[in-house]
Design a protein around this ligand. Structure first.
Ligand code: PLP
Length: 454
């Protein structure tokens, strides 16, 4: 199994090195890495410069001795697409390089990425500490499903980094947060919480789905980044996928008491620990274990077709983000001046500590492309607004090239009590927009006419 894309199945054993960013490529800009990142240059058989879709389940093994090495993880090479595939590998390498990480692993969905990122460290009896501001699916996973697996998730207020320390005990294995959680759209204090975690030997895992490239969690001390690539990275609303990026910046090796999943002998892998296994091939133990254990045992591989779609998405991601961002600012400013709007929720307009964090963590001039606002007239006005839209889609999604809108109180957050809705920042008139890359004037014209009916 590998994370490397060898030219042929009989290639010399090479160190596993997904997304290895040499010094030359590190100096490149995101726009260039998005097109050239990773070791894929062209297909060695045909010369094709687009990454081929390797639509195959299995790979010819390089003789019995070579197969022994592959199965023992002592050599690089693909065995079976549940665990690795060259198209997936090319996507992972490029994403890891773009994120400034050491290695990446692509999965079938963002949910699989969040679940694996946590389950790789926390086992029955363990706990993790998470910020409250989470996507609903992640909330359900943490509050209900993981609980059923014996993993407790302790929720804390992101505004108080020391709350993570207070919730920590000897069984805490990870901290978890979203970089730009909606509906409040307040940037998470990444460096502050990463620093608390490093005091205890606890990695911070950041879901950066809403802010790829414009927030750089690894540069602020996060150890792991997860994505729903379904959103901005895919960018066109055509494929479900997820990814985990290992920063390669966390001292797993020194944390034998804190991180037993990586340090204890694994009976399913010749009784070796993942720290030892990774050291043998000079690779990163955290991401290696996810592939070798969770992908092997639980599945959820990304399909080669979808990996290809996400490579296409990455190639134009920096360019699209510029347009998303420019349009979002125009829309937010239009809404702020509108008489039917009582409040606009957008990082550019925040005050106090939220504004400070937006300044510290968001790329200069970027605020993301999610815009929340409250329509005067509450629930009914919010619903009328949605029903009057002609250009914007009414969709429970974000990060599409098309502009999208939803009324969270009656859809995504409808399972919550009125009180809990308010606690998460969802008021009855709250509307969430995910601003696309159409012409800003056309987006604003549609919002303006829908507000007339609200
Ligand atoms: N994380 C965030 C912030 C999301 O918005 C979503 C989906 O909306 C997910 C994770 C889950 O991703 P997926 O739908 O690809 O499983």
């Amino acid at each position: 199994m590998t994370i490397h894309n060898p030219p042929t199945p009989t290639a010399e054993a090479a160190p596993i090195a997904a997304g290895a960013s040499g010094p030359r490529s590190l100096r490149r800009h995101p726009e260039t890495i998005a097109l050239h990142g990773g070791s894929f240059r062209f297909d060695p058989t045909t010369g094709a410069i687009a990454v081929p879709i390797y639509q195959t389940t299995s790979f010819q093994l390089p003789g019995t001795e070579g197969a022994d090495k592959l199965f023992a993880l002592e050599a690089a090479g693909h065995l079976y697409t549940r665990v690795s595939n060259p198209t997936q590998d090319a996507f992972e390498q490029r994403l890891a390089e773009l994120e400034g990480g050491a290695a990446a692993l692509a999965l079938a969905s963002g949910q699989a990425a969040s679940a694996f990122a946590v389950l790789n460290l926390a086992r029955a009896g363990d706990n993790i500490v998470s910020a409250v501001g989470l996507y609903g699916g992640t909330w359900a996973l943490f509050a209900a499903t993981l609980k059923g697996f014996g993993v407790e998730v302790r929720f804390v207020d992101a505004n108080d980094p020391e709350a993570f320390a207070r919730a920590t005990d000897e069984k805490t294995r990870a901290y978890y947060a979203e970089s730009l959680p909606n509906p409040k759209l307040e940037v998470f204090p990444i460096a502050e919480v990463a620093e608390v975690g490093r005091r205890f030997g606890i990695p911070l895992i950041v879901d950066n789905t809403a802010a790829p490239l414009i927030i750089r969690p690894l540069e602020h001390g996060a150890a792991v980044v997860v994505y729903s690539t379904t959103k901005y990275i895919g960018g066109h609303g055509t494929a479900i996928g997820g990814a985990i990026v290992d920063g390669g910046n966390f001292p797993w090796k020194e944390l034998s008491d804190r991180q037993p999943a990586l340090h204890e002998p694994d009976p399913s892998y010749q009784g070796k620990s993942w720290i030892d296994k990774a050291a043998l091939i000079d690779f990163h133990p955290y991401i290696l274990r996810i592939r070798a254990v969770l992908l092997r045992d639980v599945g959820a591989p990304i399909s080669p077709q979808n990996a290809f779609q996400f490579i296409q998405g990455l190639e134009t991601l920096p360019l699209r983000l510029r347009q998303h961002n420019e349009n979002a600012i125009k829309v937010a400013e239009f809404l702020k001046a509108h008489p039917k709007v009582s409040k606009v929720i957008f990082p550019k307009f925040q005050e106090g500590i939220a504004a400070e964090r937006a300044r510290k963590y968001l790329r200069d001039g970027y605020f993301g492309a999610l815009v929340g606002f409250e329509v005067k007239g509450g629930r009914e006005a919010g619903r009328r607004f949605i029903d009057s839209l002609q250009l914007l889609y009414h969709v429970a999604n974000i990060g599409d090239a098309r502009s999208l809108a939803i009324h969270p109180s009656t859809t995504t957050h409808s399972q919550l009590s009125a009180e809990d809705q308010l606690a998460t920042g969802v008021t009855p008139g709250y509307v969430r927009l995910s601003i696309g890359i159409e012409h800003a004037d056309d987006i604003i014209a549609d919002i303006a006419q829908a507000l007339e009916s609200a």
